[in-house]
Design a protein around this ligand. Structure first.
Ligand SMILES: Nc1nc2c(c(=O)[nH]1)N[C@H]1C(S)=C(S)[C@@H](COP(=O)(O)O)O[C@H]1N2
Ligand SMILES: [Mo]
Length: 212
Protein backbone atom coordinates (compact mmCIF):
# COMPACT_ATOMS: atom_id res chain seq x y z
CA UNK A 1 0.00 0.00 0.00
CA UNK A 2 1.59 3.32 -0.99
CA UNK A 3 0.14 6.72 -1.69
CA UNK A 4 1.51 10.12 -2.70
CA UNK A 5 0.52 13.08 -0.55
CA UNK A 6 1.15 16.70 -1.53
CA UNK A 7 3.91 18.18 0.64
CA UNK A 8 1.60 21.03 1.67
CA UNK A 9 -0.78 18.55 3.31
CA UNK A 10 2.02 16.42 4.74
CA UNK A 11 3.44 19.45 6.53
CA UNK A 12 0.13 20.83 7.83
CA UNK A 13 -1.82 18.30 9.90
CA UNK A 14 -0.60 14.80 9.02
CA UNK A 15 0.51 12.62 11.94
CA UNK A 16 2.80 9.65 12.19
CA UNK A 17 0.99 7.89 15.01
CA UNK A 18 2.49 5.37 17.44
CA UNK A 19 -0.33 5.27 19.97
CA UNK A 20 -4.08 5.47 20.34
CA UNK A 21 -6.23 5.79 23.47
CA UNK A 22 -3.22 5.67 25.80
CA UNK A 23 -1.68 2.49 24.46
CA UNK A 24 0.54 1.45 21.57
CA UNK A 25 -1.24 1.03 18.27
CA UNK A 26 -2.71 -2.44 17.97
CA UNK A 27 -1.33 -4.64 15.18
CA UNK A 28 -4.54 -4.42 13.15
CA UNK A 29 -4.42 -0.60 13.45
CA UNK A 30 -0.88 -0.41 12.05
CA UNK A 31 1.62 -1.14 14.86
CA UNK A 32 4.28 0.19 15.21
CA UNK A 33 3.49 3.30 13.12
CA UNK A 34 0.70 4.51 10.90
CA UNK A 35 -0.01 7.67 9.00
CA UNK A 36 -3.06 9.73 9.99
CA UNK A 37 -4.21 12.10 7.26
CA UNK A 38 -7.15 14.08 8.70
CA UNK A 39 -10.14 14.65 6.46
CA UNK A 40 -8.83 12.57 3.60
CA UNK A 41 -9.99 9.16 2.38
CA UNK A 42 -9.34 6.23 4.70
CA UNK A 43 -6.96 4.31 2.49
CA UNK A 44 -4.32 7.08 2.71
CA UNK A 45 -3.89 6.36 6.43
CA UNK A 46 -1.07 3.91 5.74
CA UNK A 47 -0.75 1.25 8.43
CA UNK A 48 2.50 -0.57 9.34
CA UNK A 49 4.28 2.45 7.86
CA UNK A 50 7.50 1.31 6.19
CA UNK A 51 8.96 4.44 4.62
CA UNK A 52 8.32 8.07 3.74
CA UNK A 53 9.88 9.27 0.52
CA UNK A 54 10.06 12.90 -0.64
CA UNK A 55 9.66 13.26 -4.40
CA UNK A 56 8.93 16.04 -6.87
CA UNK A 57 5.86 14.32 -8.35
CA UNK A 58 3.28 11.69 -7.43
CA UNK A 59 4.59 8.14 -7.68
CA UNK A 60 1.48 6.97 -9.56
CA UNK A 61 1.34 3.80 -7.50
CA UNK A 62 -1.26 1.14 -8.26
CA UNK A 63 -3.44 2.40 -5.40
CA UNK A 64 -3.61 5.97 -6.73
CA UNK A 65 -3.49 5.30 -10.48
CA UNK A 66 -6.04 2.49 -10.56
CA UNK A 67 -7.57 1.26 -7.32
CA UNK A 68 -8.72 4.32 -5.36
CA UNK A 69 -10.06 6.25 -8.32
CA UNK A 70 -13.69 7.12 -8.97
CA UNK A 71 -15.14 5.95 -12.26
CA UNK A 72 -17.35 8.58 -13.90
CA UNK A 73 -20.36 7.90 -16.18
CA UNK A 74 -18.31 8.78 -19.30
CA UNK A 75 -15.71 6.13 -18.50
CA UNK A 76 -13.01 8.50 -17.29
CA UNK A 77 -11.78 8.27 -13.73
CA UNK A 78 -11.28 10.96 -11.10
CA UNK A 79 -7.88 10.49 -9.46
CA UNK A 80 -6.41 11.95 -6.27
CA UNK A 81 -9.86 12.54 -4.81
CA UNK A 82 -8.37 12.98 -1.37
CA UNK A 83 -10.90 15.01 0.61
CA UNK A 84 -14.00 13.50 2.19
CA UNK A 85 -16.69 16.12 1.57
CA UNK A 86 -19.26 17.13 4.18
CA UNK A 87 -21.71 14.44 5.22
CA UNK A 88 -24.32 13.95 7.93
CA UNK A 89 -26.60 11.16 9.05
CA UNK A 90 -29.40 10.97 11.60
CA UNK A 91 -28.49 8.25 14.10
CA UNK A 92 -31.77 8.38 16.04
CA UNK A 93 -34.47 7.69 14.99
CA UNK A 94 -32.75 5.60 12.34
CA UNK A 95 -33.37 2.44 10.34
CA UNK A 96 -34.07 -0.62 12.49
CA UNK A 97 -35.39 1.47 15.38
CA UNK A 98 -39.06 1.82 16.35
CA UNK A 99 -40.85 4.86 17.80
CA UNK A 100 -42.97 3.80 20.75
CA UNK A 101 -45.90 6.04 19.73
CA UNK A 102 -46.80 9.65 18.97
CA UNK A 103 -45.06 12.19 21.20
CA UNK A 104 -41.86 14.14 21.64
CA UNK A 105 -38.56 12.83 20.33
CA UNK A 106 -35.10 14.27 20.06
CA UNK A 107 -33.73 13.73 16.58
CA UNK A 108 -29.96 13.40 16.74
CA UNK A 109 -27.12 12.56 14.40
CA UNK A 110 -23.55 13.23 13.33
CA UNK A 111 -22.03 15.56 10.75
CA UNK A 112 -18.44 15.94 9.59
CA UNK A 113 -16.36 17.48 6.83
CA UNK A 114 -12.87 16.77 5.56
CA UNK A 115 -12.55 20.46 4.71
CA UNK A 116 -12.96 21.85 8.22
CA UNK A 117 -15.67 22.70 10.72
CA UNK A 118 -19.37 22.01 10.30
CA UNK A 119 -21.09 25.40 10.24
CA UNK A 120 -24.70 24.23 10.36
CA UNK A 121 -27.00 21.25 10.01
CA UNK A 122 -30.60 21.39 8.87
CA UNK A 123 -33.15 18.67 9.54
CA UNK A 124 -36.40 18.03 7.66
CA UNK A 125 -39.18 15.98 9.25
CA UNK A 126 -41.66 16.37 6.38
CA UNK A 127 -39.96 14.79 3.40
CA UNK A 128 -37.75 17.75 2.52
CA UNK A 129 -40.30 20.61 2.37
CA UNK A 130 -39.28 22.51 5.51
CA UNK A 131 -35.71 22.55 6.85
CA UNK A 132 -35.07 23.44 10.50
CA UNK A 133 -31.71 24.48 11.94
CA UNK A 134 -30.46 21.80 14.31
CA UNK A 135 -28.48 22.59 17.43
CA UNK A 136 -24.77 21.69 17.33
CA UNK A 137 -23.12 20.16 20.40
CA UNK A 138 -19.93 21.92 21.47
CA UNK A 139 -17.09 21.68 20.83
CA UNK A 140 -17.38 21.90 17.03
CA UNK A 141 -13.91 20.90 15.81
CA UNK A 142 -12.36 20.85 12.37
CA UNK A 143 -12.62 17.49 10.52
CA UNK A 144 -14.23 15.92 13.58
CA UNK A 145 -17.63 14.35 14.22
CA UNK A 146 -20.15 16.99 15.27
CA UNK A 147 -23.32 15.90 17.04
CA UNK A 148 -26.52 17.73 16.17
CA UNK A 149 -30.04 17.54 17.57
CA UNK A 150 -33.54 18.83 17.00
CA UNK A 151 -36.65 18.36 19.15
CA UNK A 152 -39.53 16.84 17.18
CA UNK A 153 -43.16 16.06 17.88
CA UNK A 154 -44.38 13.00 15.99
CA UNK A 155 -48.16 12.92 15.47
CA UNK A 156 -48.12 9.37 14.13
CA UNK A 157 -48.06 10.27 10.45
CA UNK A 158 -45.97 8.50 7.81
CA UNK A 159 -43.06 10.77 7.05
CA UNK A 160 -39.38 10.86 6.30
CA UNK A 161 -36.47 12.34 8.21
CA UNK A 162 -33.27 13.68 6.71
CA UNK A 163 -30.33 15.91 7.56
CA UNK A 164 -28.26 18.26 5.40
CA UNK A 165 -25.02 19.81 6.60
CA UNK A 166 -22.93 22.78 5.46
CA UNK A 167 -19.25 23.21 6.29
CA UNK A 168 -17.22 26.36 6.93
CA UNK A 169 -16.22 26.56 3.25
CA UNK A 170 -19.93 26.90 2.35
CA UNK A 171 -20.08 23.41 0.83
CA UNK A 172 -23.60 21.94 1.17
CA UNK A 173 -24.20 18.19 1.39
CA UNK A 174 -25.92 17.15 -1.86
CA UNK A 175 -29.03 15.03 -2.24
CA UNK A 176 -28.59 11.47 -3.51
CA UNK A 177 -30.14 12.53 -6.84
CA UNK A 178 -27.83 15.54 -7.26
CA UNK A 179 -24.77 13.43 -6.54
CA UNK A 180 -25.71 10.57 -8.87
CA UNK A 181 -26.59 13.03 -11.67
CA UNK A 182 -22.97 14.22 -11.67
CA UNK A 183 -21.01 11.18 -10.61
CA UNK A 184 -23.13 8.30 -11.90
CA UNK A 185 -23.24 4.95 -10.13
CA UNK A 186 -20.00 3.37 -11.39
CA UNK A 187 -17.54 4.19 -8.68
CA UNK A 188 -14.57 2.80 -6.76
CA UNK A 189 -13.46 -0.53 -5.27
CA UNK A 190 -15.67 -0.28 -2.19
CA UNK A 191 -18.86 0.64 -4.07
CA UNK A 192 -19.69 4.33 -4.39
CA UNK A 193 -16.51 5.77 -2.88
CA UNK A 194 -16.87 9.32 -1.56
CA UNK A 195 -20.66 8.92 -1.43
CA UNK A 196 -21.93 11.74 0.79
CA UNK A 197 -25.56 12.11 -0.28
CA UNK A 198 -28.33 13.08 2.12
CA UNK A 199 -29.58 10.04 4.07
CA UNK A 200 -33.34 9.67 4.28
CA UNK A 201 -35.11 7.54 6.90
CA UNK A 202 -38.75 6.56 6.44
CA UNK A 203 -41.09 6.54 9.45
CA UNK A 204 -44.03 4.14 9.14
CA UNK A 205 -47.45 4.51 10.88
CA UNK A 206 -46.50 1.82 13.39
CA UNK A 207 -43.35 3.70 14.36
CA UNK A 208 -40.94 1.48 12.47
CA UNK A 209 -38.08 3.38 10.87
CA UNK A 210 -36.56 2.00 7.69
CA UNK A 211 -33.99 2.69 5.00
CA UNK A 212 -35.20 4.59 1.92
N1 LIG B 1 -0.44 -0.85 4.91
C1 LIG B 1 -1.75 -0.72 4.68
N2 LIG B 1 -2.37 0.38 5.17
C2 LIG B 1 -3.71 0.53 4.95
C3 LIG B 1 -4.45 -0.42 4.21
C4 LIG B 1 -3.73 -1.55 3.70
O1 LIG B 1 -4.29 -2.45 3.03
N3 LIG B 1 -2.39 -1.67 3.96
N4 LIG B 1 -5.79 -0.24 4.01
C5 LIG B 1 -6.24 1.16 4.03
C6 LIG B 1 -7.68 1.30 3.97
S1 LIG B 1 -8.43 1.00 2.48
C7 LIG B 1 -8.42 1.75 5.03
S2 LIG B 1 -10.08 2.04 4.88
C8 LIG B 1 -7.79 1.97 6.35
C9 LIG B 1 -8.52 1.19 7.43
O2 LIG B 1 -7.99 1.50 8.69
P1 LIG B 1 -8.49 0.78 10.01
O3 LIG B 1 -8.16 -0.68 9.87
O4 LIG B 1 -7.78 1.44 11.14
O5 LIG B 1 -9.97 0.99 10.06
O6 LIG B 1 -6.43 1.60 6.36
C10 LIG B 1 -5.71 1.93 5.23
N5 LIG B 1 -4.32 1.64 5.46
MO1 LIG C 1 -10.85 1.24 2.71
Amino acid sequence: MSRSIPLEKALSDVLVAYGQNGEALRPEQGYPLRLIVPGWEGNINIKWLGRLKVADRPSMTREEAAIYTDLMPDGTARRFTFVMEAKSVITRPAGGQTLSGPGFYEITGLAWSGRGRISHVEVSTDGGKIWNDAQLNEPVLSKALTRFSLPWRWEGEETSLQSRCTDETGYVQPSREELIAIRGLRQGPDGFDHYNGIKVWYVHHNGQVSHV
